[in-house]
Structure formats: C-alpha cells, structure tokens
Design a protein around this ligand. Sequence first.
Ligand code: 6R9
Length: 550
Amino acid sequence: MGEILKPLKGDFHLTDYQSVYETFNWKDVSLFNKQTVNAAYETIDRHVEEGYGEKIALHYVNQDKREDLTFKEVQRQVNHYVHILRSNGVKKGDRVFIFLPKNPACYIAILATIRIGAIAGPLFEGFMEEAIKERINDCKANVLITDQTLGERIKTENIPTVATILYQETIEKAPIVEDHYVEWMDPGEGMLIHYTSGSTGQPKGVLHAHRAVTHHAQSGKWVLDVHDEDVYWCTSHPGWVTGSVYGLFAPWLNRATIVIQGGRFNAKLWYQIIEDLGVSILYSAPTAFRYLMAEGDLYKQYDLSSLRHILSVGEPLNPEVIYWAHRALQLRIHDTWWMTETGGHIIVNLPSEPIKPGSMGRPFPGIEVGILDEEGNELPRGEIGQLAVKTTWPGLMKTIWNNDEKFRSYFPYKGWYISGDLATQDEDGYIFFQGRHDDMINSSGERIGPFEVESSLIEHPAVKEAGVIGKPDEIRGEIVKAFITLRSNVDETPELKESIRQHVKTRLAAHSAPREIEVINELPKTKISGKILRRELKQKEIERQAIDKS
Ligand code: 6R9
C-alpha cells in the first residue's frame, strides 16, 4: 500500500502535468473562442470536411452481428435522421428523447437531434414505464425515438406532451434522404439533458450546453489520450453521462474509432472484443474490473497486447484492482472523478503521470478543486471536507431543467460548485474520495436515489413504509437494501418479498430493485419533520455486518 505506480511507456498528448496545470487557459483552445458552434457538427461533420470521411468511426458488435461505419457513413445516417426529424416539425429548443439500446442508431439519433438545435434526452435502456414517464413529463418532451421492443414499455396516454413517436425500424426502412442542415448555436444554448437521481425528490434534468464540447475535446485528448490510430471502447450506455460524454463526444471529437457493444457484461466476451478489434483504450467502471479480477487467469487465454491503458469512473476504485491490473495485464487503470453536473472530467490521472492507488487523481488543468469546511472556507491539506470546484469551466451544467432553486443549491458559497461528495487532498495534490454527503446509493456504478425506490415500494399493496439504503458490498460497491413496514393483516413470506422486488424491477429498473428486503416494526424518523433517517438504518446495517464478520 502507498505504492506509486509509474507511467508505462507511450506517446502521450500531455507529458508535463505541473507546468500545464499552472499555465493552461481554456481560451487557448480554439473551440472555446467560437462565436457560434454546433456540438454535433464538431463531432462528425468536421472530420468529413477535413478529409477523414473514409476513416472507421465505429465498430458495432452484438452477438454474431458486426458492423463497421466510416465517418462519412455515420454522417449520411445523421443526415437521414435530420431529414426525418425536420419533416416531423422538430425545431431548435425542442426536446427529443431517445430510448434505444446501445446500438449505432442511438448515437446517430442523439447527434441528429443536436445538429438541428434541439435538446437530446438519452434514456437508459434498462428503464421501465415509471422511470421513463417521470423523465419525459418533467422535460415536456416533444418527440420520442424508440424501437419496437423498448417501445412496448411506453403508454402514450402517460406522456401527453409527446406529439410524435418515431421508431428506429420505420426510420431505417424509409428511403435515405440526406438533409445537411446545421443549426448554429450560441455556445451557451442547451444540447443534452441527463436525468440523475437525487436523494430526495424527483430525478433532476441536468442540462448541458454546446460549449461543453470544449471540455469534452480537451479531456478526450489529455485524459483518454486518444490518437488517430486508437480503437477506443467506453462500455456505458449513452443514457448515463459517461456513455454520452466519454462514449460519444470526447472520442469522436478527437476522431477516434469507437466500439459500440450491444448486450451486457461478460468477461469472456469483453476479452474477446478487445482481442478481435484491437481495442487500445478501455473506459469502464470499478464493478466491471472487479468481475474481471474475480475471473482470475481467464485473461491469459486472450491477446490483450493492443491495450495501452484503462480508465475508470463512477465509484471508488479499489487499490487491489489497480494492483491486479498492473501485475496481471501490465496496464494501469486511471481513475477519473466527475459528475453528471460537471459535464466532464474534474479529477484525473494522466497516462504520463504517476498514480497513487486509492486516489482519484489530481485536478484537470484549467480547473481548480477545493476541500471546504461547512462555512465554505478552504481546509488545509490532509483534512476531510466538501469536495468543491471553483466556478466556472466549459462543461459545467447550464441549469437543472425547470428547477432553478435546485440549480442554485449547488452554489451555496460564492465562487464554488459543491459536489455533495467528501474528500481529502494530500501534499502532492492527489485527492482521495471519502463518501457521499447525502444518502445516494451507488450500486455497480449506477446512482440510485433511495427516494425513487421508496416511492415505488410503497405503491405495493402490502407495504406501509419504506427506507432504502446502500448496503456495503464487496463486488457492487453497494447493494440496494430496503427496510419496510407492512400493512396490518399482511404476513411476511419469501413470496411476498419476491413480489415486492419484482414490483420495483418492472416499474423502475432492475438495478433499482432491492436485493435485500427486511421487514421491521417502525422506521427511524427525525422528530420535527418526520423525515426517514436513512443514515441511522445504514449505521445499524454496517454495525451488524461488522458483528457478522467477527
Ligand atoms: C460520472 C458520474 C457522480 C457521483 C459522484 C461520486 C461518484 C464518480 C467517482 C465517484 C469515487 C470516482 N463517483 N466518480 N466516486 N471515485 N472516481 O459518475 O456521474 O452518475 O452523476 O455520479 O459518482 O459520488 O458524486 P454521476
């Protein structure tokens, strides 16, 4: 422990962190200085205009299917979607929600929406009826793009603002008409909305502006460190901010060839994809790495020599996972910290710099991080406090949709954005994650708000009240655990618990369904306002775990 891992050999875009950290200014990035911009144009069309149309933009793999598209072919399909959207009357400022599996159409639909100045709302493919309805209605979406299978989860009468539902199958059957229209936008105008769960209240719609591409492009260059010859694979669905910002924008802004994999995690399949496609950069979450590590020597059956480095995000990256990758794969895993709201990397590990396992890394050049006390004063190095970011930077959200009060609550002290995380910084500037300030659950990299799960639980006829926490778990980081009280005359049985679990699973998403349900007599609550004391439930759970272990 405490070991520092030196950089592996390579040709890196940024080789001197310290001097760049001290001198870098966003105004030096040409994208930053544009009077008008369009994120989708920068991501695809520009490369075609600059003569890279024949370069492979994506490899799509799904079971036995394999498809490769050049930048020119991606552009052609975006043009087709632009035509379909515009002939359906979609215009600047409209909200187009995209509910598709992880396939090229999902990426193309996002880009087409953004190119005509509308706001793209990608929805995670695991969402069920209730979760979809809530997001679409909060955003008053005008149009929904889906496919026949996922479309079955949607009841049109529940989403009254959606005037048009477009099906991928229908769009693809229509003869291709290319519409080259680009809506030139003020950099501060909206392009992308991602819903993220809060610990209380509804999921919030985090709106990003076109200017964020400056942040995406620069972090793609320095942190992902993509070069022209790279094959880059981010395993997330674009419904999570990692899947859109670092699955689509950052790599494509840097002209990389990306991998889109349909389907779920599978260790053998992942290793096989890396070998077959010559993946050189992999971006995923700690859970996936823990699973790979648990497979032991499996990696020895594959040729993984194309890999240059691996990135991680979403939850704390365990040092033992980093040591395993270093020993077994001879690769470094670079942790990155950021949030939906920050729109791009804030704390990073550059491939050219030493890493300290257990640390999330150091601030991205051009971004200043602070550890603050409860009054908003900066704490000395080594002390634990609120992880904050000095305002402003290009990726920072534009607003929370329809909730200005929530937006302002991120800025309680002048000049600082407050993350809600707790952290500490050492003498060398490395930052160490300590936990969430609130009660958010983080299971396998998915952020789950207990309130949403509790609301779903109490819809079940047998449930009276519910308090939901994240129970520490070695593989998933946390698992969803629900404490419930039952209505009178209801008996606790295994069948009942399973029916409650299924209820949440079909209403929200599989990852939101409690893995453990415990029936109790009464929930602990605050005296004055009667709020459920999740912290207390969690504390008891942790104490119990400790006793079980001893
Ligand atoms: C990109 C993303 C943000 C929250 C964040 C923190 C946790 C993210 C982390 C991490 C420890 C890391 N988080 N990266 N915790 N180490 N490297 O994850 O966005 O879904 O909005 O979640 O995730 O708690 O505040 P989002």
